[in-house]
Design a protein around this ligand. Structure first.
Ligand SMILES: Cc1ncc(COP(=O)(O)O)c(C=O)c1O
Length: 408
């Protein structure tokens, strides 16, 4: 390997949500909350960013931009940017889209908040599959609109869509938007072209908008391929696709995403309502350009490393915690594990505290963080050096064994 994914990087004193923000995010608590472990003793397997250093090609591009010395107001004027991103889309997903459809946002989350505001009136509804990424719900709550939950079917760790339920829910005339997560966080499914086609049929039949959040589309298991919804619905106007290199290249803090809006009127409205009036971070543009131009080899090595991390987890669970229900996900660096049978009698609200206090592992799970249909599940972030995962998993195993022995 050319790149070092085993390096353990100290993130203290970088204002990282990952190291400093877990009290608020997971436990809804402030600095007064104490744990049995000190903050720097935790193995942090929670928020979806990585413990890996950013690709050197990207860091060099950021440095080169810094060498230009001035960081004034910046918007996207560089015509080459679209060409570079389009080439990435063409090569990786065999999909292209017209230049004028590409808009930018400081992130997918702010775009979701804005899109719901644009597309859904106060008495209307958004539909999504659960479990779901928490901010799908928060975007609805922010806009005071209802989120209709389409529960995914679980079968031995595999997740699939209940299309009959989806159609029934989509037929509610108040439902205006389907918020689709593809690949899906937290289950890690890459919806197949056939599944997406079935979704598309329902969407067209009930004339829904689709917001297709494809932020996880580049971190997939080796050999898999992502199908953008835009490829399945090539002529459907009411489609918005959200993509970014932020997750895949570990630069979420740079705040930059692509919001590809087909419908001209909605595109104009989205741009006009942008509360940061199109401003972008100059370092983010340099970083994203470098990622799409030069980041391919790093990403391929990352994927191979993650594949091994998932294999390790699968083997570990089979050997030590065989009651855990888990299937290696098709995409993302997140493992979604059903722990109900490993922790009989434990409620969702106790689970995160149990792992933090008894194992010294920070993780997310349950309905509170994943919107619903998530009882008994934990999400483990595996984007970290294998040695850290080994420590985390051994601590998780030992804490579960100890707890279950005490209950006997
Ligand atoms: C499905 C999904 N969408 C969006 C985001 C965050 O997007 P951004 O950082 O661009 O706001 C995440 C982060 O975990 C995610 O999982």
């Amino acid at each position: 390997m050319k790149y070092d994914f085993d390096e353990i990087i100290d993130r203290q004193h970088t204002n990282a949500l990952n190291t400093d923000g877990f009290r608020g995010y997971i436990f809804h608590a402030g600095p007064e909350k104490k744990f049995k472990f000190a903050d720097d003793e935790f193995v942090r397997m929670w928020v979806a960013d990585m413990e890996f250093g950013v690709a050197p090609e990207i860091l060099d591009a950021i440095r080169a931009r810094l060498d230009k010395k001035i960081l004034g107001y910046t918007l996207m004027y560089d015509p080459q940017y679209y060409d570079i991103f389009l080439n990435w889309c063409k090569t990786r997903y065999d999909w292209t889209f017209p230049r004028e459809e590409l808009t930018y946002s400081l992130g997918v989350i702010p775009a979701l908040y804005q899109l719901v505001e644009d597309l859904v009136a106060k008495d209307e509804k958004v539909l999504t599959m659960t479990p779901a990424y928490g901010f799908f719900l928060h975007a609805c709550e922010y806009n005071n609109v209802e989120l209709v939950r389409n529960q995914l079917i679980h079968d031995g760790g595999h997740f699939s869509i209940d299309f009959d339920l989806l159609e029934k829910q989509a037929s509610d005339p108040k439902v205006k938007v389907l918020m689709l997560c593809n690949p899906h966080n937290p289950s890690g499914r890459i919806w197949t072209a056939a599944e997406l086609k079935k979704i598309a049929e329902i969407v067209e039949k009930y004339d829904l908008w689709v917001i297709s959040d494809e932020i996880h589309c580049d971190v997939i298991r080796c050999g898999n391929r992502h199908t953008p919804m835009g490829k399945v619905m090539p002529d459907y106007k009411k489609l918005v696709t959200c993509m970014s290199a932020s997750k895949s290249f570990n630069m979420a803090g740079l705040l930059f995403s692509h919001i590809i809006i087909r419908d001209e009127e909605e595109r104009r409205r989205f741009i006009a309502r942008d509360k940061v009036i199109g401003d972008l971070n100059p370092l983010s543009i340099a970083a994203h350009k470098a990622a799409y131009e030069k980041g391919g080899p790093w990403l391929e090595e990352l994927k191979a490393y993650l594949d091994e991390n998932f294999r390790y987890l699968k083997d570990f669970l089979s050997e030590y915690l065989p009651e855990a229900v888990f299937e290696i996900p098709e995409a993302t660096y997140l493992a979604w594990v059903d722990m109900k049978s490993c922790l009989p009698g434990m409620s969702d609200s106790e689970m995160c505290s149990f792992f933090a206090n008894e194992a010294g592992v920070l993780l997310e799970g349950g309905d509170d963080l994943f919107v619903g249909n998530a009882t008994g599940y934990i999400r483990l972030n595996l984007a970290m050096p294998r040695a850290t995962i080994v420590t985390g998993m051994e601590r998780i195993r030992d804490a579960i064994y100890k707890r279950n022995a005490q209950r006997k």
